[in-house]
Structures are given as C-alpha cells and as structure tokens.
Design a binder for this molecule. Structure first.
Ligand code: SF4
Length: 420
C-alpha cells in the first residue's frame, strides 16, 4: 500500500509533481489507465501550481478531481452517499434530510467530514467579522434590525475606525475581513472604496462585503477597487415565501445579483435560514440544488431564531439537527465550497454537549469570529444572541488555535479563496 496523503497543501495548492501523483496512484484504487491519463496532464516546471492561477476547467483540476473521487467513493460507503457525491438529485437530498435512521445519519456526517478533509484539508479559515452599522431601511420579517424595530439603539462605526479594527485583526493573523451591516445608505460607494483601499494598502487580507443589495454598476466599482468577496444570502429559493418575508424586495434581483457578482469575479457567498415559518423540507432541497447550480464559493446555513421585535415573534426556532444535515449535504455535493459553522447554529447548540469542533467533522471549514467592538455587539441584534467576545484579543486567538489543534485542525494562514 502506498502512503495515504491529501493532494492539497495549505491551502488549496494542488501538489503536481509526478512523484506525488505516483504516491496517489499507489495509495488509491484508480485504474492504471486513469493514472496514465492523469500523469500526462502534469506539466514540467514548478512543483506546485495554484489552481486559482490556472484557467477555469484546466485539465489538472479535472484530473485531480478524478483522483479524489476514486479515493473517497469506495465500497465502504452506501450507494445513496455515492450518488449524493457524484450525481445529487432532489430525491436523494430529501432522503438524507428526512431519514430517521441513526446509522445513516452517522454515515452522512462521517463522510462529510472526510470530504471536507480531502477537498479543503484540515484548515479552518477565520473570517474576522466587523458589524459596522445596524441601520437598515428594509423590513425583513425575520430580522431584529428591520426598520420597524424602534427599540434597538442604532449605531454606525466611523470608516476610520473600521480600518483600524481591520488592520489590528490582520496583524493578529486574520486573513479575511468581513464588513457587514444592515442596508444602510449612509455609507457611500466612495466610503467603501476608502475603507477597502486603506486596509489593503497596509495589510494583506481578502475583503468580503456583506452590505446588502447594490446596483450592478456599484458591484462592478467595488470589485474594481479591491473588494474580493460578496455575501448575499437569498434565504430561500421559494420566491413566494421570499416575497412574503421580505416586503418590497425581488427574489429575481437577489438571484440575478448573485450571478452578476460571480460574473464580475467576486468569490460569492449566499445561504438560507433553516426553519423559517412556511418553509418546507422540499424547499430546502431546492435551495441545496440552487447552491450547486450557482456554484457558490461560500454557503452559510443557520437555523432561524425568532426575534420578539419582528412579525415572526414567538415562532419556533429552526432545528439545529436539520441545519447540521444541510451542512453535511452541502459539503458532499459542493466538495470544496467554504462552509461556516454559523453563529446561529452555535447559539442553538451551545447548551448541548456538542463539541465546539464537532461541526468541522460534519463538513464545516470556516469560522467567523466577531471583531465588532463589544459595546456594539449587543446592538447588532439580528436575533437573540448572548454570545459576545473580543475576537481581536490575543487570548481569543490563542484559545481558538489550541482548541482546534487538539482535534488535528489548524487555523489557515492563507487567504482562503475557493478553487473554481
Ligand atoms: S436581514 Fe438584512 S436587509 Fe433585512 S432587515 Fe435585517 S439587516 Fe436589513
């Protein structure tokens, strides 16, 4: 037996030397013919190439995927899991969302953990989250920041302070800064350009924007001025439900925005809430297929948690177990998409005996620690959440690294872009 090794280094760098390929061939169960086909795609030259530097669909990527498939899909897993990995269908997704067979659920999680390890390594990406404004002119029925909520004091962090927080975080080791707010027109496009350029002129980080819908022209300007990623959750693929829960908004524009962001070259993230009133399990299966179709770079799926100052006050929370299944299925279907252990899921599971690291063995590979100053965290009141901490403190980062390393995981030191 050859030595078992992942084809990924830290991180997302594909090993391409022929000797390493041979190790893969020796360790796996791919056919000689397949191995020969693969070897011919590996060019002489640098020992490693980043797939992101290669044209989309380059033979190396296709070749390495075949190797991965051959290693993961073996006789030890059920046909339904193989199908989920190789050719997912709505019927198959529904099976895993609804089964009550504990053995099957255990196998689903275990396989998702292996797919995560094989396709993204044992690295956890920390995305430092700065919630810089809780003003919003929208009225989403599930969100405590909706404009009708007069009870929450509103705040805005000055752009200079946002830059300072981001630079401090980068110096503490964060490689991604997520700038998140309600839909707040106070900040102009020029303000975002100032923030992005001021951060990037001082530190090497990726910048993610989670600032709601903009015009296509504005998306373009933001990309041209250094924004790397854009998060825009579509919450549900059910357009009727979306329009009911998001008055005055267009589901079509949401989806069109995701496509346009992708076309512009952003790494694009989206996601849904699990357990929204009116949502069905069929609709969740459609969401998962839509994630696949959109070829998203990040997918966040957390359980719905009701907020008392919203029209959905008193509605039951989403089921964390269902959210974990969606996480695992997303991992198996999308392979290398960045999948966070969402804050909402951590809130609903913190009383349980679920280990903090457990979600990474069900498919997650991203954490989004809060860098928002503590005095503002309680005001960023999307849903009830007492989980407050200073993600920019040395102690927090040290503890995080220690907790992850106990389970064989490591904080990533790369920007953490997804290979396409
Ligand atoms: S979900 Fe976003 S857009 Fe909707 S009210 Fe909340 S912050 Fe505003």
């Amino acid at each position: 037996m050859g030595k078992k090794m992942s084809i990924y280094d830290e991180d997302n760098t594909v090993r391409t030397s022929k000797s390493e390929v041979n190790l893969e061939v020796a360790s796996g169960d791919i056919s000689n013919a397949n191995a020969k086909n693969c070897a011919q795609f590996f060019p002489p030259g640098p020992q490693s190439l980043r797939p992101t530097e290669l044209p989309a669909g380059h033979a190396i990527e296709k070749c390495t995927s075949r190797l991965i498939v051959s290693k993961l899909v073996n006789k030890r897993i059920s046909k339904k899991l193989k199908d989920l990995y190789l050719k997912p269908t709505k019927e198959n997704i529904l099976f895993f969302l609804t089964t009550e067979d504990k053995g099957i659920i255990k196998e689903l999680y275990s396989f998702a953990g292996k797919v995560r390890e094989e396709h993204t390594g044992n690295f956890v990406h920390l995305r430092g989250l700065i919630e810089f404004s809780n003003y919003c002119f929208r009225s989403c029925h599930y969100c405590g920041l909706n404009k009708e909520n007069k009870k929450v004091p509103r705040f805005r962090i000055p752009k200079e302070t946002i830059v300072e927080i981001a630079i401090e975080a980068a110096n503490n080791g964060y490689k991604t800064i997520v700038l998140q707010s309600g839909e707040d027109t106070f900040y102009s496009i020029e303000d975002y350009i100032y923030i992005i350029k001021s951060i990037k002129s001082k530190v090497d980080v990726a910048i993610t924007l989670a600032i709601g819908e903009k015009t296509f022209e504005e998306y373009k300007i933001l990309k041209e001025n250094g924004a790397d990623r854009y998060l825009l959750k579509h919450e549900t693929s059910n357009a009727d439900l979306y329009h009911k829960l998001n008055p005055g908004m267009s589901h079509k524009y949401r989806i069109d925005s995701l496509k346009e962001l992708k076309r512009l070259g952003f790494q694009v993230g989206s996601g849904i809430m699990i357990g929204l009133p009116g949502q069905t399990v069929e609709s969740i299966a459609d969401d998962i297929l839509l994630f696949k179709e959109l070829d998203l770079d990040m997918i966040g799926c957390g359980p719905f948690i009701s907020h008392e100052e919203t029209p959905l006050a008193g509605s039951p929370s989403g089921n964390p177990e269902l959210a974990f299944r969606v996480l695992a299925i997303n991992r198996i279907i999308t392979k290398n998409t960045n999948l966070p252990f969402t804050t909402a899921l951590s809130v609903l599971t913190k009383e349980q005996k679920t280990s903090f690291t457990d979600p990474f063995f069900k498919g997650a590979n991203v954490l989004m620690p809060k860098l928002t100053p503590l005095k503002y965290q309680k005001l960023y009141d999307i849903y009830p959440n007492d989980n407050r901490y200073d993600g920019n403190s040395k102690e927090f980062i040290k503890d995080m690294n220690k907790t992850l390393s106990v389970k064989g995981l490591k904080t990533s030191t790369s920007l953490g872009n997804r290979n396409r």
